[in-house]
Design a protein around this ligand. Sequence first.
Ligand code: CTP
Ligand code: CA
Length: 228
Amino acid sequence: EGGADVPLDLAGWRVVVSAGGTREPIDPVRFLGNRSSGRQGVALAAAAARRGAQVTLVAANLAVPAPQGVDVVAVGTAAELREAVRAAAKDADAVVMAAAVADFRPVSPADAKIKKRAGSSAPTIELVETVDVLAELAQDRLRPGQVVVGFAAETGDAQGTVLEHGRTKALRKGADLLVVNAVGDGLGFGTTENDVTILDASGEPVATARGTKDEVAHAVWDAVRSLG
Ligand code: CTP
Ligand code: CA
C-alpha cells in the first residue's frame, strides 16, 4: 500500500466512504445480498487516511478487515447504510459511495423462519425499491461544496458500451464524479485488477486508471483533489 511519496493532500479533510454489500432480510435467517467484498471501499478509506484525511468508513458486511486509523460504522441493510452515511456526511468534505447497495428489499420480512409446507407452493417475496443514497446525497448537498462520488460496475451490451452506460448513469445520479469499472473478463468483483474511467457530472471522462484497488483508490482521490 502506497509508498513514502504519498502526498498529505487530504490533511484537514473529513471524508466518508461506504463499502461492502447490504443485506436485506427475508426472514430472521435469510437475506437478499450481493457479492461485494468491500475491498475497493476499504482501499479508498486506507488511501484517504494515508493522505491525511479523517475517515469514516460505513461498512456493510465486509469480507475483508477494515483498515487501521479510520472510524468504522457497521451497517447491515440499505436503510441502515443510508442513515449512517447521511449522519457522517453532515460535516464531510467528500463522500464516496463504493458500497453495493441493494436496489430492492423485501416489503415485509417474516417474523419467523419461512417453512416448507407439504402440498403448498413456493412463497413469492414481494420487493420494493430502496432509496438511492448517492442520488439523494448529490441532490441534498448536506454540506456546501461537498464532493460526491459514485461507483458503477458496468458491462457492454446490445444497448451500449461500458462508457455509454456510465455516461447515462453519471447524468442520472448528479454526482460530481462517477468511477466506472468495466466488469467481466477477469475484471471487477473479487479480483485485484481493475480498469476504471472516472467521469465528471456531465459524463465526460476526466481520468483513467488500471491496476490494483489501491492504485484505483489513489486515482479517485487525485480526481477529487483536482475538482474545482
Ligand atoms: N447506490 C446508492 N443507493 C442505491 C443504489 C445504488 O447509493 N439504492 C449507489 C452505489 O453505491 C453506487 C452508485 O449508486 O455508488 C451506482 O450503483 P449502481 O448499482 O451501478 O446503479 P443503480 O442506479 O442502482 O443502477 P442499476 O443497478 O440499475 O445499474
Ligand atoms: Ca444497483
